[in-house]
Design a protein around this ligand. Sequence first.
Ligand code: ZN
Length: 162
Amino acid sequence: MAIARFWRETPRRYNLGGSRCLVCQSVYFPPRTVCPTCSTHRQSIGKMEPLQLSGDGEVVSYTVVHEAAIGFEMQVPYVLALVRTTEGPLLTGQVVNVVPDEMRVGLKVRATFRKLREEGPAGVIHYGYKFAPREEAEAGPRAGREAEPAPAHSPDVSRARA
Ligand SMILES: [Zn+2]
């Protein structure tokens, strides 16, 4: 992927910002401007609203990768999982803080944001989401049912000057 395209997409990748169709309530990530689910796409024009994914989900499928891609040699073996988010969209990502033997379908995970790789001497750093077991994410003094708010970097329109 070209660098320019990567950076253009970075805000929504980083924030898991998706979109929801107000006609059929389908949720999409990456966000869409037109809903492909509605019987005629014209129905959803102007009816798509931004939706922030919580990052919480459940593993529906996974694989243990032993042969790493270039740039990931230090991380094998690692777990790559297909995660069904609570909002609906499927995300693919690495699962960290878990040994392959502990992986199972149905494992509850939460997205975290990690450095994916650095590129070349200029040190361009790619960030993206990864997943970690949710039990671990909730361990500690702040354990509880309250979900941590997902990082949000949306423009603060409330401070816009009149
Ligand atoms: Zn729709």
